[in-house]
Ligand binder design. Structure first.
Ligand code: NAD
Length: 425
């Protein structure tokens, strides 16, 4: 019987399925395995009755999806956003399976969400909705079951409330049930910089493989938030020149290199953590999108999804792109940039330092022993380098672009594990 392919009216899920089917078929994966991996293992939908501060009760829809636990427990954030739906969680859970697999960490993919506008909740309402979510999801989350983390609209306070609720329900401390907890409260040192370090490590490995010296290589970075700042600082430490940075206030450009430490301090001291008002020797201010089109070796989009698309990708002058944000290139942009010969390091390789950092937090929680920041960074950089080289080698061996190679390598590991474990249950 021919394989009946799944489709979805949800664009994100439909795209995730199409990408998976196309890579799996190119790999010649067995139809049974394709069928298994195109489905989620478990999808849980619950309602959350919450008492609001004014005494009324509101009910919110919430979800947790486990795409695959073949390689290990599920891993993925909990999104607090009014547009959250089950299909979105399914798509994001599947993408987490591939990201964790590629990262070489012992996790499958999970994702959860609550359909609520987090900005409209008071702190107490947020605590009640979070604890109700944890209680209703208690049977399907756990250190060896499915391990949530922060996502859009959630952060360290929500994570420690979830840890506390689950620990009380189970009557034993379970810090490994969730990651992204505050440092010093079962959270891990090093996590803040992890994603940016990982992005910079990929950029430096790329230059090394191409025989381009890091010293003097030029870099432009869109977004000077958590990921952008630590990417910039690490590139400068390696001798590169960051010639352009940007945030919502505009692009800041200096052809001889910006003073990145000064920019970092400026943002730290700005009441809204922005570059607004920043200046240094030779720095000019340009319009917001200009950072994407600067003359440079490496462009790092570290802000939003879809910033390079069919309408603007032909203006890119960089030689290489390292995707720090999730999905910064539309498929149209990808095709245009490929045709221009621009080498692209895909997001789920480049920004995997974040999930590797979560794995470190979980490992420390299970072991009950916390690492120094030096230990954390040394392990992170070693893993990122290995993963970059694996994808590089796979792309050469199969003669495919790095994005395709990353996807195929990720699917292969999960498929091999499903095959080895067997399909029973
Ligand atoms: P952040 O909120 O700390 O920073 C985002 C930055 O982008 C800010 O400087 C903001 O001003 C800027 N920005 C927003 N819109 C912009 C625009 N139109 N033009 C230029 N700059 C703009 O976010 P972050 O944590 O640094 O995350 C950045 C991206 O990386 C997101 O796509 C996120 O999903 C992805 N990511 C983050 C992590 C992590 O660990 N933080 C891990 C994996 C992926």
């Amino acid at each position: 019987m021919a394989l009946v392919k799944r489709t979805s009216s949800n664009v994100l899920l439909d795209t995730a399925l199409k990408n998976f089917y196309s890579a799996a078929e190119e790999m010649g994966l067995d139809e049974g395995l394709i069928d298994i991996l195109s489905h989620s293992e478990r999808q849980v939908a619950v309602s959350l009755p919450v008492e609001m501060d004014d005494g009324t009760v509101k009910v919110f829809d919430a979800y947790r999806v486990l795409h695959s636990s073949a390689v290990g427990p599920g891993k993925g954030g909990i999104r607090y956003h009014q547009d959250v739906c089950q299909e979105e969680c399914e798509a994001l859970a599947m993408m987490m399976t591939w990201k964790c697999s590629l990262a070489g960490i012992p996790y499958g993919g999970g994702k959860g969400g609550i359909a609520v506008d987090a900005l409209k909740l008071s702190p107490k309402e947020k605590e009640r909705i979070t604890r109700t979510y944890a209680a209703r999801m208690a049977p399907v989350i756990g250190s060896w079951i499915d391990i949530p983390a922060p996502d859009v609209g959630s952060g360290a306070p929500e994570m420690i409330w979830i840890m506390d609720t689950i620990s009380k329900i189970k009557n034993e401390l379970e810090p490994g049930v969730i990651t992204g907890k505050p440092v010093g409260k079962w959270g891990s040192k090093g996590r803040t910089a992890a994603t940016g370090y990982g992005v910079a490590t990929c950029a430096l490995e790329l230059l090394k493989n191409l025989g381009v010296p890091a010293e003097g290589a030029t870099v432009a970075i869109q977004g000077f938030g958590n990921v952008g700042t630590y990417t910039a600082l690490t590139m400068v430490d390696a001798g590169a020149k960051v010639v352009g940075i940007s945030d919502i206030t505009g692009t800041y450009y200096a052809p001889n290199g910006l003073d990145i430490k000064k920019a970092f301090d400026h943002v730290q001291n700005h009441p809204k953590k922005l570059l607004e008002g920043f200046t240094c020797d030779g720095c000019q201010k340009l319009d917001l999108p200009e950072v994407l089109f600067l003359e440079c070796d490496i462009l790092v989009p570290a802000a939003l999804e879809g910033v390079l698309n069919g309408n603007n990708a032909d203006k890119v002058k960089a030689k290489y792109i390292v995707e720090a944000a999730n999905g910064p290139l539309t498929p149209e942009a990808d095709a245009i940039l490929d045709a221009k010969g621009i080498l692209i390091v895909p997001d789920f390789l480049a920004n995997s330092g974040g999930v590797i950092g979560s794995y470190f937090e979980w490992a420390q929680n299970l072991g009950g022993f916390f690492w120094s920041i030096e230990e954390y960074n040394e392990r992170l950089i070693r893993i990122m380098k290995d993963n970059f080289q694996t994808v590089w080698a796979y792309s050469k061996e199969k003669n495919v672009k790095m994005r395709r190679a990353a996807f195929m390598a990720a699917i292969q590991r999960v498929a091999d594990t499903v095959k080895a474990r067997g399909v029973y249950l």
